[in-house]
Design a protein. Structure first.
Length: 429
């Protein structure tokens, strides 16, 4: 028997394919050994394993089996479970709402709301909670934006003098959406088309981030990439980017959920510097080929996204900004998301966040081609993708940006991000 002082635990719930209610999939127990090392152990429940419709939580670390899995990474939290937890923005809101001085990784899982990414849930009770039926509506966007801006001002040392009661109400509203990944302020909202992630701008943004990101998603779609559906709503004179959730599908009795794992989990990596040697498009292509139902299709799609990120100088293309989803039994690459240009001084060399060829992270056409066979592409096929996409980005980025409401000023700021000279330059032999 493990004492409360030496361990903490929770049940892991899952929404099975095409269902809307949670069931218990298993139990997570976190302990410390004599040396103080944190160890996480997960076991699938016996009853769950007997179900004919049981599915694995993820195809990498937690395959469906009657065994005990253990890990010392991520504070004892397995990658697929950590993918259900909030990132920077969500953690900030949870910390403000909980009032706790210090939170563990397990606390973030338990404190985050039920609208988390993917199909998992967490709790102390053997009976899973009923699924959420009420969400913030898109008509509440202006209020949500005011709340987000208030918390952002607190982050940048501009405290807001409102009452504790108002603060709690604000945080409770904005908690919806904290389980979605990323560092930008966001919330989950609903309209007649389903659920959307609302991403708000920040007062310290260099350009109108919602407009520019929406334009990049549209540009990606025009380049033949499967990118998440998006649109702009303007409320209170400020733009909000709405990105439709691809891990949810509305049916008559609620929402069915897709299982979801990040590229970090697929790569068995994390955010620590020590594991960034596994931050690699090439490794990701090989790993996804082992688990997706259509490896040639998804590997080629990943190559196209790598090329697109290089062409728009997206240096925020880290493994968390890639994912696999499974709405039914089979896993596949999720739609692309979080596509943003970045500015760099160098016109000769720019790097992606992940390795993309023999020359490491160098975002050049020549480097992308060096490992194209690992993406199940012939050299001619890969060259055709690069050539076609380069021309598409070069000739249409401006018209796409302006058509999506990006201002002339902002277009001038981001101009240097697209097809920078070093991308096409041949290397000296």
């Amino acid at each position: 028997m493990i004492s409360k002082e030496s361990a903490s635990e929770c049940f892991v719930y899952i929404t099975l394919p095409r269902e809307t209610n949670n069931v218990i999939a298993g139990r997570l127990v976190i302990t410390k050994d004599r040396r103080g090392t944190i160890i996480g152990r997960f076991v699938y429940g016996k009853n769950y394993l007997l179900r004919s419709d049981a599915v694995e939580i993820d195809p990498v670390e937690l395959k469906l089996a009657d065994t005990t899995y253990d890990t010392t990474r991520l504070g004892g939290i397995f990658g697929a479970l950590r993918d259900s937890a909030p990132d920077y923005w969500g953690r900030y809101v949870i910390e403000k709402h909980s009032g706790k001085a210090q939170l563990s990784e397990l606390d973030y899982l338990l404190e985050s709301p039920d609208d988390r990414a993917g199909a998992l849930g967490f709790g102390r009770n053997q009976k899973p909670p009923a699924p959420k039926r009420k969400f913030n509506q898109t008509i509440e966007l202006e209020r949500l934006q005011r709340i987000a801006q208030r918390l952002i001002r607190e982050q940048i040392d501009e405290p807001d003098h409102e009452t504790d009661h108002e603060t709690v109400q604000a945080q409770e509203l904005l908690l919806l959406g904290t389980s979605m990944g990323g560092g930008r302020p966001k919330a989950v909202v609903e309209d007649n088309a389903g659920l959307w992630v609302a991403k708000f701008g920040r007062p310290d943004d260099r350009w109108n981030n919602p407009r520019v990101e929406n334009a990049m998603l549209e540009l990606a779609r025009r380049c033949g990439i499967n990118a998440a559906r998006s649109r702009i709503e303007t409320v209170g004179g400020k733009d909000v980017l709405l990105v439709q959730r691809f891990d949810r599908e509305r049916i008559s009795k609620g929402y069915v959920r897709a299982r979801m794992i990040s590229g970090l989990t697929l790569l068995r990596a994390d955010d620590w510097v020590q594991t960034r040697d596994r931050w690699s498009y090439v490794l990701m292509a090989e790993e996804l080929r082992r688990v997706v139902s259509e490896p040639k299709k998804d590997a080629a799609e990943l190559f196209s996204r790598m090329c697109f990120n290089a062409l728009i100088s997206n240096s925020d293309d880290h493994p968390r900004n890639h994912a696999l989803i499974a709405m039914d039994q089979d896993w596949k690459l999720s739609p692309a998301y979080d596509l943003t240009p970045s500015l760099a001084v160098s016109q000769d060399r720019r790097d992606l966040a992940m390795e993309c060829g023999d020359l490491g992270r160098f975002a050049s056409a020549e480097n992308l081609l060096t490992q194209c066979s690992r993406f199940l592409l012939g050299e001619d096929e890969a060259e055709a993708i690069i050539s076609t996409m380069t021309e598409q980005v070069r000739t249409t980025w401006y018209s796409v940006a302006r058509s999506q409401g990006v201002s002339e000023r902002d277009a001038a700021i981001i101009k240097s991000a697209f097809v920078y000279p070093g991308f096409e330059r041949r290397l000296q032999q």
